[in-house]
Write a protein that binds this ligand. Structure first.
Ligand code: DQA
Length: 147
């Protein structure tokens, strides 16, 4: 089963950006880990990153059309992108899992991070577990596809 792992704005800067919050490992490492974790679960994982809201919206349309489950770290779009939330809804409407992941725990941080417009749409949300959260999300996708 193909799964896309979609990362939003500024996550291409992992390893450089606030390592105290997001860790010292970069996006390439995340890509490698997700691919390996996925393979161990029998998933064909494709990791993407974009700073562009329109591109992320298009990826959701594609996922809905191609019936591809989604793991998404919407990054700052989490807090205000109704366009991305609507697009995520289209994936859910196809009966597909869409797991929201945050590396940090946004509720323990700035006030504006406490609200996610994606969470009400997502199948489930994993926060505060670092890169390991993506492994949990891939695990959840397998569980959701089986049940
Ligand atoms: C994040 C949390 C968001 O608030 C922030 O804008 C990010 C990353 C996380 O993974 O912890 O860019 O989604």
């Amino acid at each position: 089963t193909r799964v896309i792992v979609v990362n939003g704005p500024n996550l291409g800067r992992l390893g450089v950006r606030q390592p105290d919050v997001y860790g010292k490992q970069d996006l390439e490492t995340l890509r490698k880990l997700c691919t390996e974790w996925g393979a161990a679960l029998g998933l064909d994982v494709e990791v993407r990153q974009s700073d562009d809201e329109a591109e992320m919206v298009r990826w959701m349309h594609q996922a809905a059309d191609e019936k591809t489950p989604v793991v998404m770290n919407p990054a700052a779009f989490t807090h205000y992108s109704y366009a991305l939330a609507d697009a995520a809804h289209m994936v859910i409407d196809e009966g597909l899992p869409l797991m929201e992941v945050h590396i940090s725990n946004p509720s323990a941080r700035d006030e504006f991070r406490k609200r996610s417009v994606i969470s009400p749409v997502a199948t489930g949300t994993i926060t505060g577990m670092g890169f390991y959260g993506y492994k949990m999300a891939l695990d959840a996708v397998v569980h959701l596809l089986e049940s």
